[in-house]
Write a protein that binds this ligand. Structure first.
Ligand code: COA
Length: 187
């Protein structure tokens, strides 16, 4: 069993999140996957999200950062005015370092994000992801998400929209324990 912790990121974590992003970009490039091709745009979003306090950092039992994700409001380039009225939390920049992928941590984090969203009164966990990356779409479908629509916006390659009801908590494949430090820190 490996124990991981999830806690809110602070401004001091911006470089950590950027490193995770670069690591993910390298993996995607080497795997020949067309996604996250603009480091500059990605960095801008990460700095803003960390400053807004909507990023969460995941560490392993030696305190090494192994992942991060962001939960915030909708991207109105993609979600309609009617949709944004619905109670939902939106997942962005979900990424794990190679050593933590395929361990079950990803499943545990999606469950955690659903529980957190539900505790804030949200019925849906939503995301938009790279339109052309069907393997990534399959990843989310296998984890309880439904495809809502695929939309385009000028200059954007994201727009494949997915949602999962926040009361759907799925079995975690693997021996992982996720300790939620968000409540402790907030208190
Ligand atoms: C998405 C992520 C956090 C999931 O971690 P996880 O739950 O441990 O799942 P895995 O990494 O084991 O991936 C499961 C499968 O999805 C595939 N996959 C994951 N991310 C993918 C991506 N961006 N594009 C294509 N395939 C992807 C993996 O190759 C793996 O395929 P396999 O089962 O054929 O081996 C992690 O894969 C990651 O950091 N990916 C890169 C960043 C990313 O694309 N994030 C999502 C942004 S919307």
């Amino acid at each position: 069993m490996t124990t991981y912790t999830v806690r809110p990121g602070t401004a001091a974590d911006a470089d950590t999140v950027l490193q995770l992003r670069r690591h993910a970009e390298r993996w995607l490039r080497e795997a020949g996957i067309d996604q996250w091709t603009s480091s500059t745009k990605g960095s801008r979003a990460i700095y803003r999200q960390v400053a807004d306090g909507t990023t969460f950092i995941v560490r392993d039992d030696s305190s090494a950062p192994v992942g991060s994700l962001c939960l915030e409001g909708p991207d109105t380039d993609f979600w309609t005015q009617q949709e944004v009225q619905q109670p939902a939390s939106y997942l962005y920049k979900f990424m794990l370092a190679a050593a933590a992928r395929g361990t079950g941590l990803g499943d545990a984090l999606l469950n955690w994000a659903c529980k957190r969203a539900a505790s804030q009164g949200n019925r849906w966990l939503r995301l938009d992801c790279w339109r052309s990356n069907t393997a990534l779409h399959d990843y989310y479908i296998r984890r309880g998400f439904q495809h809502v629509d695929t939309r385009t916006a000028p200059g954007r390659q994201s727009g494949a929209l997915f949602e999962r009801p926040t009361d759907v908590i799925l079995p975690v494949r693997g021996e992982v324990e996720l300790v939620d430090e968000t409540a402790v820190r907030a208190g």
